[in-house]
Design a protein around this ligand. Structure first.
Ligand SMILES: C[S@@+](CC[C@H](N)C(=O)[O-])C[C@H]1O[C@@H](n2cnc3c(N)ncnc32)[C@H](O)[C@@H]1O
Length: 276
């Protein structure tokens, strides 16, 4: 395992962690992958609240990569996320406008957005839209001509086997046709080396199973930490709102000195969040 440099990716702390927690277990791996692949152009199909897209953006800035990042979504939801309101888009847009200068949001259906990208121009494509078999196969096949010689495709939810989810089925097919490996934690993440020009380190992971097991164990072990942090941030916000909404503001100030449970809890959550 000596040849892997985990020192930066394991220290990475994402700035954006919302309650859309499903992808959080893969954020450290994204960081590692960007460090290794050094992509010029990254496209994400399916942004929702922007947690994975924000990590692409933050990590490329921290790594001083000159990458251009595009997040595409209709921001309406789909049959697996359920429909959601307009406020999701406005919050995400505010966040990316203020914090992510290297990232462009494209509000469109994936098929409509194809026209904005030249053939063979995308180095990393993250497919995380509708998770039915037909939809993810369609997304993969329609975006294939846009992929560069060094392209890597990421597919989330390869491990989910339930009603509408068919990524696992498409994964069986696509992983026969290209060098590929998959993580099992956080709903599963498939990594497909589509382009012929790949870093040796990634090619080796696809062919050496023992090596891959050790490599995966590192990211599985750290996968849970952002999930915990997102939960803590959520509770911090909830408690702050609770204190604000009720007339507890004055009481809580007093109670800070009286060791009351709510301010103590709030204080320990704040400490946890600021330490991570
Ligand atoms: C699972 S969420 C994305 C989660 C996000 N990548 C993350 O990790 O936080 C899927 C998103 O894809 C969008 N979506 C699904 N199918 C779409 C399509 N054909 N065109 C545009 N957006 C689509 C939905 O609106 C939804 O916001």
């Amino acid at each position: 395992m000596k040849k892997y440099n985990f020192s930066k990716c394991l220290r990475f702390v994402p700035n954006r962690l919302t309650q859309a927690i499903d992808f959080h277990g893969h954020l450290s791996f994204l960081y590692w992958l960007l460090e290794v692949a050094k992509p010029s152009r990254i496209v994400e199909l399916g942004v929702f609240r922007g947690d994975s897209l924000a990590t692409f953006s933050q990590a490329t800035r921290e790594l001083n990569l000159d990458s251009k990042i595009y997040g595409i979504d209709c921001w309406q939801g789909d049959s697996t996320t359920g429909n959601y309101g307009e406020e999701v888009y406005s919050v995400v847009k505010d966040y990316f406008d203020s914090n992510c200068p290297n990232t462009t949001l494209i509000r469109a259906y994936f098929d409509e957005a194809l026209q904005y990208f030249e053939d063979q121009s995308i180095d990393i494509l993250h497919i995380d839209g509708l998770h039915t078999y037909e939809a993810c196969k369609h997304d993969f096949e329609t975006w294939l001509p846009k992929l560069s010689k060094k392209s890597i495709v990421l597919m989330h939810d390869t491990e989910v086997v339930s009603d509408n989810f068919g990524v696992h089925k498409f994964w069986q097919e696509v992983s026969q046709n290209y060098p590929a490996f998959t993580f099992n934690h956080s709903n599963g993440l498939g990594v497909v080396l589509v382009g012929p020009e790949q870093p040796a380190i990634l090619q080796q992971l696809c062919s050496d199973h023992e090596e891959l097991d050790n490599f995966k164990a590192v990211f599985e072990a750290v996968g849970g930490k952002f999930f915990q942090l997102a939960k803590a941030k959520h509770w911090q916000k909830e408690l702050e709102n609770y204190v604000k909404k009720t007339s507890l503001t004055m009481i809580s100030r007093d109670a800070l000195h009286n060791n009351s449970k709510i301010p103590r809890l709030l204080r320990s959550i704040k400490n946890y969040v600021s330490r991570h």
